[in-house]
Design a protein around this ligand. Structure first.
Ligand code: COA
Ligand code: ZN
Length: 306
């Protein structure tokens, strides 16, 4: 079974949508715990406008205080040039640039047209040069909550244009859980057909309609080996109507590990971190394996009636 690379996004995608600000100390403690779990990459925060995303207004402090574990990449989300400058100052290993595949969501999320975003991000890619790795996340790639269907050709064209600018990776994001497994398989195959093999392809699913893990399965069977996930199943874009949590990292990793994939993640250690998450955010979280336990954790037989 293939090696699968997992990226944890709970402190970015997860916390950006929380109703209550997660204190900086709690973010740093969680990130330090996650750093010891074996992730390939952790998306720490975003360098966005504090008015747009107030929950991540402590981005500089978080980046400055986390412990960096060798072998783990520390990424940050970046919407524009100002964000990129802040990200480089914070010594991020990767800048994850973001724009949408649909016009309406790009306007709602970034207050720019897609053409303006593409031009701005092209400038960012030139400015960053070899100071950090660059990934581009394409939101609403499997459907837009305002426009409906997003043509596969739109996603392929955007991915191709960013590949031509020399980015290291492209993440196709199902921002509001509209993707189905057949669509995911077709997208995975098309992306691998048209993009250079050296480009890192990542898939980012939300579980808004319960299709998240089915989509991971379809993607992995179609040859995708990199995934984003959010601990506890937290997450969502505040500017996408009806958005809800990402696939829960622990549930996806448990599925992949029971299928025989090498994920690099110490699941027992991660489950211990996951069980502390409700206390951090002040509410229950959707993830299931942290509650049920992994399949290899057996229970004593119930007592026979006397
Ligand atoms: N970091 C910090 N501040 C920023 C910034 C950045 N990357 N980009 C803009 N700002 C500030 C400006 O300095 C300005 O501040 P002021 O009001 O004190 O003068 C203010 O934000 C507005 O700037 P403007 O360029 O007019 O931006 P905008 O209001 O059109 O917003 C974005 C554009 C992209 C900055 C904003 O929509 C954003 O941050 N979106 C992020 C959305 C997101 O992360 N969604 C979830 C992930 S998909
Ligand atoms: Zn997301």
């Amino acid at each position: 079974m293939s090696r699968v690379f997992f990226h944890e996004v709970v402190t970015r995608d997860g916390f950006q949508m929380e109703p209550e600000f997660v204190p900086t100390d709690a973010k740093v403690a969680l990130l330090d715990a996650l750093s010891d779990c074996g992730y390939a990459k952790i998306e720490v925060t975003s360098f966005t406008s504090a008015k747009a995303i107030p929950m991540l207004r402590d981005a500089e402090e978080v980046m400055g205080r986390i412990r960096r574990v060798p072998g783990v990449e520390y990424a940050v989300l970046v919407p524009n040039l100002r964000g990129a400058e802040r990200a480089l100052e914070s010594r991020a290993d990767e800048l994850n640039l973001v724009m949408s595949c649909s016009e309406s969501h790009n306007q709602a999320n970034l207050r720019m047209s897609r053409a303006q975003s593409f031009a701005a991000l092209s400038d960012v890619i030139r400015m960053v040069d070899d100071q950090a790795a660059v990934n581009v996340s394409l939101s609403t790639a499997f459907g837009c909550p305002m426009e409906g269907d997003v043509p596969q050709a739109t996603v392929l064209e955007l991915a191709q244009r960013f590949a031509d600018l020399g980015v290291r990776g492209v993440t196709v994001c199902d921002t509001t859980g509209m993707a189905n497994p057949v669509q995911v398989q077709a997208m995975a195959e098309a992306l691998q057909r048209v993009l250079p093999a050296s480009l890192q392809l990542v898939m980012h699913f939300h579980n808004t309609r319960g299709m998240g893990l089915a989509n991971v399965l379809a993607a992995v069977q179609a040859g995708i080996v990199r995934f984003d996930g959010s601990l506890g199943g937290l997450g969502g874009c505040p500017f996408a109507p009806g958005a809800s949590g990402n696939i829960a990292s622990e549930d996806a990793l448990h599925m992949l590990q029971t299928m025989g994939h090498d994920t690099g993640v110490d699941l027992e250690r991660l489950l211990a971190v996951s069980r502390d998450l409700p206390a951090v955010v002040g509410h229950d979280v959707p993830a299931q394996v942290s509650k049920a336990g992994p399949v290899w954790q057996l229970h004593p037989a119930p007592c026979a009636p006397a």
